[in-house]
Design a binder for this molecule. Sequence first.
Ligand SMILES: [Fe+2]
Length: 225
Amino acid sequence: MAACWQQVDDFEALLEPFTPAVNARRLPRTLAGDFQGLAERLRPRAEAEGGLLVLSEAMLREVTDADPRAMATLLDDLRRLEALGREPQLNVVTRYPRDERGLGFPVDVYSFHVDRAPVDADTFLCTYAGACSEGLEPSDAERLIDDPTLRAALRAHHGQDDGFEAFLSEGCFDLNYRRRPGAAPFSFGLGHLWRLAVASPGATAPPCIHRAPDEGGQPRLLLIA
Ligand SMILES: [Fe+2]
């Protein structure tokens, strides 16, 4: 059975172990508050940081005229994930670095990819403002290095010596995917809290394939843990 995402009714259900059939869970939420206004206020600081501002709680509290409802939700989410022993991070993003090496396909967060961890892990994700992250069901995806043409291009770039497989792994080329023809990604949506399966040694599910969207000129505000 192909894995897919599952909607849950409460935070506890979000935490249930993944299975071969479920590699992502979504807790749907309709959040009140002006998150976009908050992201806009922080846009200049994100730009000054090269496009990505890691927003500490102290910096968040210093934002003048922030919508108190948005602020309360962000602090609540941080608390809830910290209570699990996680280290949640708020990010304001205007742009991520792009892979411009011209290796046949870009290996960056705008490309469909899975996250990898050396230990048992998962990823929490929420987009509060701006364009939403996207996911792709495994059955709709093909791994880029399984494409003979792309693999040959990487082989040519690397050279014929040993260590090609290590090169693919170290460069994260093995983590990137593309859509099968006709397949459509799904949007993570605004405000919903997601938990995604990650490629790790003890994983009980295929890792969840996802990507960052084109920002479309709007700053994004998101939570990652
Ligand atoms: Fe990722």
